[in-house]
Design a protein around this ligand. Sequence first.
Ligand SMILES: NC(=O)c1ccc[n+]([C@@H]2O[C@H](COP(=O)([O-])OP(=O)(O)OC[C@H]3O[C@@H](n4cnc5c(N)ncnc54)[C@H](OP(=O)(O)O)[C@@H]3O)[C@@H](O)[C@H]2O)c1
Length: 323
Amino acid sequence: MMEERTAAVTGATGFLGSHLCERLLEEGWHVRGLSRPTSDRNGLDDVDWYVGDLFDDETLEELTDGADAVFHLAGIGLWSAGPETVHRVNHDGTRNVIEACAKHDAGRLVFTSTSGTRRSNGSGPVADETDVAEPIGAYQSSKASAEQLVDRYAETTGDAVTVHPTSIFGPGDENFTAQLIAMGAEPTMPAYLPGGLSIVGVDDVVDGLLAAYERGERGEHYILGGENLTYDRAVSRIADHVDGSPARIPVPATAIHAAGPVAEAVGAVTNRRLFPFDRQMAQLATQRLFYSSRKAHEELGYTYRPLEAHLPETMDWYREELQ
Ligand SMILES: NC(=O)c1ccc[n+]([C@@H]2O[C@H](COP(=O)([O-])OP(=O)(O)OC[C@H]3O[C@@H](n4cnc5c(N)ncnc54)[C@H](OP(=O)(O)O)[C@@H]3O)[C@@H](O)[C@H]2O)c1
C-alpha cells in the first residue's frame, strides 16, 4: 500500500483552498490546514487544523514540518484591505512560509500567484508566462515580489513552482463568481463590462495545482487559465443557461475610466456594487486580458473545461446561498 502523503495548505479556509482540501482528502492525503481563529472552516472536519496566521512562525513551522507538499494559497486582494496590508500578507507572508519550509526541509512548495503579473505586450492577443508585466496596483506588485522570493528559494535551497490562475469561477466565491452570475442572471443587473478575461473553473485550478506538484519543473511558472471570453460573451452564456433574461447593456469604457473604481461606474448604472477595484484596476477591466495555458497543457497535462461545465453546480450554490 502507498504511504499516506501529507499536504500543508495555507488559505485552506478560502474559496480555492477549501476546494483543494476536499480534493486532497478524496485522494487520500493527510491534510494540514492553516486556519485563523476566526476562519470559517467550511465543514472540512477531516482537515487537521493548525490555528494561527502567516505571521505566527511557530504555527507555520508545525504546519510545514515533514509535509510532502506545501500549497501556499493564503493571500488577500484590494477588496478586503489597504495596500500596506496586501503587501504584508502577500509578500511578507510568503517569505514566512518559505522560511518555515526551508527550516524543516519540507517537500515541494506550490505557490499560487496570479495571472495578473503577466500581460500581453501587444505582440499577440494572449499573454503567456514570458510576458512579465509591470505590476498595476498593490495586489499585483505584492504577488510579483512574492514570486521573486519563491524563484530564489527554488534556485537555492528549496523545491518550488508557481502557478498563475486567471479569474476563478465556482461555488463558494462571493466576489468574482457571484458578481459575474449577477450580471448574467439577475434582471436587476442588466449591465456588463467592456473588455474580457480568462475564466477558469475552480476544479480545473485544483487539477492544475496537483499537476504542478506532481509534474512541474522546479522553479517554473505555469498559467492555469480557462476560456478567454469578452464579458459580453460570458454574461450572455450565463443568461442563456439560466434562460430568457432580458438584453443587457454594456457599461461604457469611458464611464469606467472617468469614474475610476468600477464599482462606482457600474453602481451608477445598476445600483449594485461590483468589482470594487481601485482606479488602476478599473482601467484593466476595460481591456481584453486573455491568457494561454499551453505551457501547463504541454508540461503538466493541464486541461480546462468550458464555462457551461461549471455552471450547474455554481448556479445551485448561488441560488442556495446568495439569492
Ligand atoms: N479567486 C481568484 O480568481 C484568484 C485568481 C488568481 C489568483 N488567486 C489567488 O489564489 C489564492 C486563493 O484565492 P481565493 O479566491 O481562494 O481567496 P479567499 O477566498 O479570499 O481566501 C484567502 C485565504 O487566505 C487566508 N488569509 C488571508 N490573510 C491571511 C493571514 N494573514 N494569515 C493566514 N491566512 C490568511 C484566508 O483566511 P480567512 O478564511 O481567515 O479569511 C483564506 O483562507 C490567493 O492567493 C489569490 O491571490 C485567486
